[in-house]
Design a protein. Sequence first.
Length: 116
Amino acid sequence: QVQLVESGGGLVQAGGSLRLSCVASGRTFNAYAMGWFRQTPGKEREFVAAISWNGGNFEYVDSVKGRFTISRDNANNTVWLQMNSLKPEDTAVYYCNTIPYDLNYWGQGTQVTVSS
């Protein structure tokens, strides 16, 4: 059974940093691009960042460019999202998934709350 487990969220003041982790189990995701998504109550889940299978290419939503960095370690089936200069509007539940995402892979997510 495939499982993606996100962690690293928390409460942080505006301007602070957090590092999210996503560990995949049940299969090897080395051949897949991976991404981070986020969702706030009443809104659709939105794309945040993506990284190619070999870590050589990246994509970010405009609102996080220059502040967030996605990375991965294929040997350990782990993807990270380093979030710096956090803003209250970054508050959301963050999820990881393959790119394109697979509906069967959504995990519980990790809550990020940024206070002003």
